[in-house]
Write a protein that binds this ligand. Structure first.
Ligand code: A3P
Length: 342
């Protein structure tokens, strides 16, 4: 499949040397596979340089009416929503869900951007298992393009970097989470997947987040793009906190959105399947398979705490005030409100 010379409407800008040096002080671990970062378009979405080749391929990919996309800012409950959606859409086929890992059933469209660097190739090609994984991840976009319907696709990209026809063509679900819990979860994610070589502390990570220097930031721009479309008939916008509060109600909302009905028995079984404790043990969704990958920490877990409000244990007084101001500023021109933010 060729995507060469495809149209791309946005400017992709590399960091200037001063900013690059400043940022890489915090991505200085030996395991860092990222060689540079870029900013994209008028909102300046921050992504690894490896996204540059992928950007037009994703923007121009053909979408199909029966596609189902889950788009989120990372660490917002993506995996939980993906499994829920897939099972509802596939008539609760638990046997298939167990046999085929979620990453295969529901591919992550921009996955290759982390490994599209000279550093990554040099390190990963040393070992046969890692080399095979690198190849599989690099082929995700082509595979999705030739996949049989019905396709399930995950992305952390904002709608503006996805195919323009997406929402008018197929169904999209977005889950958002209190950004203070998102940043805590994201910080721990770096301990699990160490390929960014993050070497700073939590406070420095928080600062990167609000300075829009972490992948897929600016956080609020990303979420607001989906929020603005929440009344589009093909968009279902959810909050992680509401899902935790009432999983059966969320299952019913997703089922209604997909035009499916659910029996009480199906509801009860799926709620149980999605409970944090069961999810953590479930090898098809818990990403334990990634532990074969170099720089994935075998002592940590992808499914970590699964709670709302854990951020209180991480924020000092200064950060709480910064968060308050940052959220007020970013929510001033929208009616987006998080269930946990009063
Ligand atoms: P924590 O790190 O706060 O525990 P994503 O899938 O977008 O990467 O989001 C990951 C976050 O969702 C993690 O948050 C993870 O523990 C939480 N999560 C995953 N599965 C869950 C479940 N079944 N119930 C509650 N939270 C879950």
């Amino acid at each position: 499949m060729s995507f060469e010379n495809e149209y791309y409407p946005y400017e992709i800008i590399k960091l200037d040397p001063k900013e690059r040096a400043e940022v890489f002080k915090l991505f200085s671990g030996a395991s860092c596979l990222i060689d540079d970062f870029v900013r994209i378009g008028p909102k300046g979405y921050w992504l690894p340089h490896g996204f540059t080749d992928l950007a037009p391929k994703i923007y121009n990919m053909a979408v199909r009416p029966d596609d189902i996309w889950v788009t989120t800012y990372p660490k917002s409950g993506t995996t939980l929503l993906q499994e829920l959606v897939w099972l509802v859409a596939n008539n609760f086929d638990y046997a298939k869900a167990e046999a085929i890992p979620l990453v295969k059933r529901f591919p992550f469209i921009e996955f290759a951007m982390f490994l599209n660097s000279e550093k990554a190739r040099t390190v990963l090609e040393r070992d046969a298992k890692n080399k095979a994984m690198l190849k599989a991840i690099n082929e995700v976009i082509d595979q999705v393009s030739s996949m049989q319907s019905q396709r399930y696709i995950k992305s952390h990209l904002p709608l503006s970097l996805l195919p323009p026809a997406l929402l008018d063509t197929c169904r999209v679900m977005h889950v958002a989470r209190d950004p203070r819990d998102v940043v805590v979860s994201y910080y721990h994610h770096n301990e699990f997947i160490q390929s960014r070589g993050y070497s700073g502390n939590f406070k420095q990570f928080w600062n990167l987040f609000i300075q829009n220097r972490l992948d897929w930031t600016p956080y609020f721009e990303n979420v607001k793009e989906a929020w603005e479309k929440r009344n589009h008939p093909n968009m279902l916008f959810l909050f992680y906190e509401d899902i935790l509060q009432d999983i059966p109600a969320t299952i019913k909302r997703v089922a209604a959105f997909l035009g499916k009905t659910v029996t009480d028995e199906q509801l009860s079984r799926l709620s149980n399947h999605l409970s944090f404790d069961n999810f953590k043990k479930n090898k098809s969704v818990n990403m334990d398979a990634l532990k074969d990958f170099v720089f994935v920490n075998k002592d940590k877990s992808f499914i970590r705490k699964g709670k709302a409000g854990g951020w209180h244990d991480y924020f000092d007084e200064e950060m709480m005030q910064q968060a308050q101001q940052w959220m007020e500023y970013n929510l001033r021109d929208t009616d987006l409100r998080f269930p946990t933010v009063k």
